[in-house]
Each structure stands twice: as C-alpha cells, then as structure tokens.
Design a protein around this ligand. Structure first.
Ligand code: ATP
Ligand code: MG
Length: 586
C-alpha cells in the first residue's frame, strides 16, 4: 500500500554513522562499545564523566552543550565546561547536605538549565537520579517519592508551593528540598535555597568511583496500561544510550539536536540529556510546550539538524497542515526520528512530502533504557514498520508456553516481541516489585509485553500491546492496523480502537475518532468511514461502531490510553490515572 522510501547517497549532506547494517551487526559487541567510553581515571564508569567532564578533560569544554529557549524569549547557552562546573557544585551541595552515594535525588522542574546541572551533579555524586514530570499533581509526586525513597527533591518555588508543601508531612524520608530559584527567606525546615548553596560550594568535584552496575537512574513508566512502574537503570546504560544515539539518531559531534521529550520521561533523559552530551552535540532545550508555528521557527532559527519527537506531535503538525511548514526554511533538518507510539504510515509519507525526508520510527521502552529497534538513516524505510534491531540487540518474536517460551523462526507471524537479555541499558529491577521483574524474563529473554511481527527482510511491525489486542470472531486484531487504516481517511486526525465484549463474536471493535479541522461529525461521515474501513480491512476487522471525540485521552507523554476509553465505555473503574493529560487536549 505504501511505497518503500529508499535513500540515495547523493542526497547525504553527511554520511550516516551506520552505513552497512549487516556488517556492523556482525562485528558489533558491547565490550568494544564499552571500551569507547573514557572510563574514570581510577577505573569504573560514571555517566556524568562520560557525558560532560570527559569533554572538558579532552579540551572541548568551550563547546555548547545546551541552548536554552526560555519562556520570556531569552536564549542562553551553556558550554560543557559551564555544565561541568555547575554539576560539580551541585555534587558538593549534595555531599555537604549528607546525601550519600546510592541515595535517591528527585527532580520536579520544567526544562531549565538548573535541571541539567542537578541531573549530572547527582550522577557525579554517585547518587541515583529520578526526574518527575512537572505537571504531576501532589499525589503522584508523593507516591513516586515514597516508592523511590527520595531523600532530596530539586524543584522551583512555585512547584514547591503548589504541589510539594501539601505533601511534605507525609514524606518523612525526604530530608532536603532544594529550590532552584529559592532565596534566603524561603528557607524553613528542610527547604533550602539552591543558588546560595551553589555559590558557597567548591567548583570541582571528582566523580564518584561508580562501577558499571551501580544504580544511576530511576524512571517511572508512562502508565498507559496501568499503574506506572519504577524502572532502575545503571551507569552501564550510557554505553547503550550513546551507541544507539549514534546509530539510530545518527548524531554527529557538533550537530544541533532537538529531542522534544520532557526529561520527566525516559526519552527526555536518555536522549534529551545523556546521549547528546556524550556525543558532543548542542541540544535545544525549549521551556515551552507544543506549538506548531513556534516549533517550525525553532528548527529554522536554530538550524536543527536532528529532530527526535513523538507521533502525537507529528499528528498535531499534520492537523495544522503542511502549509504552516511551508512558510519556514527547514533545510537544516538532516534526520527525523519518532518514538513512543506506533507511527502511522500516513505520517511517514506526509513527512517525506512535507520535509523531503521521512520520520524514522524507533521502538523502545522505559525498561530497555535505550533504543532497541529503529529505522536507520542509510536504510530504506517501510512506512508503518519500526525498523530493525540495533547492532548488539537480538530481537525475536516468541510465543509463551507453559514451560517458558518458544522462538518463532518463520517470518510474518504475530507474537510477543522479546529481546535477548543482557544489553547495558536493560533495567535492573522494578522498584518494590521483584516478582513482577522476574516474570519479565524467560529462558534468557526479556519479554516486552508488546506484540509485533518480523517480515522477510528482518523489519519489525508493531501489532499492539498485548493488553490492547482484540480477539474478534476468531481473529486476533492489533489496534494499530485498524487505527492506521482509519488515519488514511482525509477527515481523520487521530483514532483509537478498543474491543467490547460480545456474546457472539467474543469482542466487537469500536473506534474513537478525532477529526481534522474543517470536518464535522455526522451520520454521513460515520457511514463513509465505516465503508472506508471495510474496504481497507475487510468486514471481520473493520470497526462495528465509530464514535467521534474532540480529543482522545492521552498520557502526559502523549500516548493514547485505550484502557481508559475501554473502562469508560464499559462502565469499569478507571484505574490509575496519575499520568493522564488532564485537559485531554494533546
Ligand atoms: P506502562 O508500561 O506504564 O503501561 P508505557 O509502556 O506506555 O506505560 P513507556 O515505557 O514510556 O511506558 O512506553 C513504552 C511503550 O510504548 C512500548 O512498550 C510500546 O508499547 C510503546 N512504543 C514505544 N515506541 C513505539 C513505537 N515506535 N511503535 C509502537 N509502540 C511504541
Ligand atoms: Mg510499558
């Protein structure tokens, strides 16, 4: 249905890092990738050293690490040397306040330069960093601090007042709160003004002698399928995050790179903080939220070369139309990538038409700590496919059996996506849920909970989360296939499908659809959409019901919450909605 997008070397401004996929897969091993790290002078591995201090030691301290675009329109730049110094001061602050190695430091802030020095400084100290999304309400913040045993929280005065002050008494383990913009008058009990402490702290700090297996980060999952889980990553994750950023995001030293994900999610930390710093690129840090016009202006004004975003944002850009993109000079863009949700083929083709290059979908999870399956700069893109496993990653389609798992060797079979355990950024536990962690593994494989299929060329195609897959009249239907078919209709901006229990069919399929501007919901449009779906999918798989919605419920990281649509449809309890985007606008 959709043509393969082939790449021509004649169009490469810069040759991609990964040119010969098969050869690299054969020669790649993690031990060599680990040797490419600087390592600590006295042995050991620390993410902060790889990401920042190394550049200073090797004479690149003057290069720009972050270009911060503030709410007030101000642009400020932070060099690697400046970030290294601020991180050192922060590490000294932690040490002086008695925050020990291995203890948990949380952050709750917008995308501010101080967030970056806190993140890198915490890792330098050898403490464990856990970023939270600043839009969370008090209860999700409390629950996460409790589960992750946070002893220190870095936040702003405003966020503290609205969200932390009310829960402080319920968090006896939280020994220190550092206010990024705090002043002497704010100090009370465990609440301290960070600027004063930073000024008083020494500007040098030798990174803690952490080993690759020491805990470094905690990230809570998006909560798309249920209560968010806390995943633990170790310092060794940097090996995978930097290698995958070079191969799957094609980062080259000196690039201007924009990862639009909030650091409250794993993408914003792995590919918004750690990997770009290790790769020596300049990251755009935009404090504001999505706005199509402004986003295009950022790409144009700051000459963004590599852009990493999510399907929700891409669909919103499609909704406002290609004409808005056409008003900007976007020729600086060299590589476009997307993650977080299935990327509908329609969006890949739109991108090729609008930007002259496709969005490259890639797949991973909080638990994998880094990109596992991707479309690469030099390789053909099959719209709708997530691409191929990264070098060093062994992926398979498996079937669960009573005694373990069976690897499905033949192509084009739907099954659970599994990864051979042992890559460096693999999570090392779920906070407080050991049994659940153990159950994710069988026969040496990590079972992802996502269903996919591999084609004859080794490309993986997302079918759906195992929780979202619908059994109807003897067929197993992945929501992605149905949603993508609906998206091909010119009136449809977004679609989500669920199964509704039915005595005869087991389940029937119901679709929820949001329309593009200029289209009105009507019985005629409903009939037209039904007919379109039946033509594309056949009567067994096409939705039996279609409901129009202005917006679909999403997590704050932009994922459609099908479980919520289903619960509401069936009158079931809504479950944990701590990550639900409150206004459901995005
Ligand atoms: P929870 O585990 O709490 O339900 P979540 O799985 O959405 O939340 P994340 O770890 O942020 O939390 O997201 C990973 C999931 O997102 C994957 O398991 C997959 O279902 C989906 N995903 C990520 N990238 C892609 C992609 N390129 N195509 C399809 N699905 C994707
Ligand atoms: Mg998950």
């Amino acid at each position: 249905m959709f043509d393969i997008i082939r790449k021509s070397p004649a169009n490469w401004q810069v040759p991609p890092n990964l040119l010969d996929y098969d050869a690299l897969c054969r020669s790649f091993d993690w031990a060599s990738a680990r040797r490419a790290m600087a390592g600590l002078p006295g042995g050991g591995l620390n993410i902060a050293h790889e990401a920042v201090s190394r550049h200073v030691v090797e004479g690149r301290g003057g290069r720009i690490a972050l270009r911060h675009l503030g709410r007030d329109g101000a642009v400020s730049e932070v060099s690697f040397a400046m970030l290294d110094e601020a991180a050192s001061r922060f590490a000294n602050v932690l040490e002086s306040l008695g925050v020990a190695r291995g203890e948990a430091v949380f952050s709750l802030s917008g995308r501010l330069p101080a967030f970056y020095s806190a993140a890198v400084g915490t890792l330098k100290r050898g403490a464990v960093f856990c970023p939270l999304f600043s839009a969370f309400g008090p209860e999700p913040i409390r629950a996460r601090l409790e589960i992750g045993r946070g002893v220190c929280l870095v936040t702003t005065r405003m966020l503290f007042q609205c969200k932390v002050a009310p829960i402080l008494d319920a968090l006896p383990g939280l020994r220190v709160v550092l206010l990024i913009d705090g002043e002497a008058g704010d100090e009370r009990g465990q609440v301290r003004a960070l600027p004063r402490l930073m000024d008083a702290a020494a500007a040098r700090y030798s990174a803690a002698a952490t080993s690759p297996e020491d805990h470094a980060l905690m990230h809570f999952t998006s909560g798309t399928t249920g209560k968010p889980k806390g995943a633990v990553l170790v310092h060794d994750a940097v090996v995978a995050q930097s290698a995958t950023a070079r191969y799957a995001l094609d980062l080259h030293e000196g690039d201007i790179f924009w990862c639009t994900a909030d650091p409250g999610w794993v993408t914003g930390m792995s590919y918004g903080v750690i990997a770009p710093l290790v790769c020596g690129v300049t990251s755009i840090v935009d404090e504001m939220e999505f706005d199509a016009e402004r986003w295009y202006a950022i790409i144009e004004n700051h000459k963004v070369a590599v852009w990493y975003t999510a399907p929700t944002a891409i669909r919103m850009l499609m909704k406002v139309g290609a004409e808005v993109a056409g008003k900007h000079d976007l020729r600086s863009l060299r590589f476009l990538a997307s993650v977080g949700e299935p990327l509908n083929p329609e969006a890949v083709v739109w991108s090729q038409r609008t930007f002259g290059r496709p969005f490259h979908d890639n797949w991973w999870q909080t638990e994998t700590g880094g990109i596992m399956i991707a479309n690469f700069a030099a390789l053909p893109v099959k719209p709708g496919s997530m691409g191929r496993p990264l070098p060093g990653i062994e992926a398979a389609i498996v079937e669960r059996t009573p005694r373990g798992i069976r690897v499905v060797e033949q192509p084009d079979v739907d099954g659970e996506l599994a990864l051979k355990a042992g890559w460096p950024s693999m999570f090392r536990g779920y906070l407080g849920e050991d049994e659940r962690y153990r159950k994710c593994f069988a026969d040496g494989w990590y079972l992802t909970g996502d269903l996919a299929r591999r084609d004859r060329d080794g490309y993986y195609w997302f079918v759906g989360r195992s929780d979202d897959v619908i059994k109807t009249a003897g067929h197993l239907v992945g929501p992605f296939e149905v949603e993508s078919a609906l998206m091909e209709h010119p009136a449809v901006a977004e679609a989500a499908v669920i199964g509704k229990p039915d005595e005869v069919a087991g389940n029937t399929i119901k679709a929820f659809v949001a329309l593009k501007a200029g289209h009105e919901a009507s019985p005629a449009l409903e009939r037209d959409l039904m007919a379109h779906a039946r033509r594309r999918l056949g009567p067994a798989v096409a939705p039996r019901e279609i409901a129009f919605r202005d917006n679909l419920p999403k997590t704050r990281s932009g994922k459609i919450m099908r479980r919520l649509l289903r619960a509401r449809e069936l009158g079931l309890p809504e479950g944990d909605i701590s990550t639900l985007e409150s206004d459901e606008k995005k």
